[in-house]
Unconditional design. Sequence first.
Length: 301
Amino acid sequence: MNAQTNARTKLSPVAMLHRDITPDGIEYETVRRVIEKISLDYRDQPSLETLAEEVGESPTGLQKLFSRWAGLSPKAFLQAVTLDHARRLLDEGLPLLETSLEVGMSGPGRLHDLFVTHEAMSPGDYKTRGAGLTIRYGFHISPFGVALIMVTDRGLAGLSFNDAGEERAAFADMSGRWPNATYVEDMAATAPYAARIFDPSRWRADQPLRVVMIGTDFQVRVWEALLKIPMGRACTYSAIAADIGTPKASRAVGAAVGANPLSFVVPCHRALGKSGALTGYHWGLTRKRAILGWEAGRMAR
């Protein structure tokens, strides 16, 4: 039996996961619809009452639900989205969230807000497509939907997002990156990472999050450059290309950003197209807006 077949036999039935998260999954769907409504209709500045009516909730109920899931109120998220789009009005072509920084949403500069310490596997390790590597995985509720977390004995190796019901597809996507690895479902191993990653009060420099980067040399260089972008700022593909010494490789940089297996922790959501446009996101553009709004809300506090 090969590693990939073994992975499928070890994967718990999605129904078992849903048994535990169905209420939260329904709540995330409500939050997702509100995020989508705000993202599309921000020019109308929809009120809390309008948003609540859209999803069949009371204003008070929606306020509590959205704040618990997203970490900020619907109004704060609307403000963040408005600032996002305001950059399009600037003649200077400032990138995403630079506008918000100019109006006072500044914060202390740090290498990376999660205080990450990382290492990269050797090119030889990458070429084996994970052979000899044991990856433990688990699904966890996060502010941005269901998070699939993958870890090795050296640290966090993968983090992706999906909506409830899409767990098998998410696992296939992530495990396909390292098809020769052995996969073991182990919630006990991944739960501490989920708790640490999504709780800003636990982002401590004296307890760095260990991250293992499994990719080509070029991909790893791009991902390391992403770690330099602090919360509240963004960077274009061309600027990242220049930073790693390949100024003409912005297209290749975009591909490497899209292949990042460590969503949120390695902040590929802060990378933009040349014009400053949000561009695509492997786990959905609405989720990218949600993460940026979540970060903007914390910068404004």
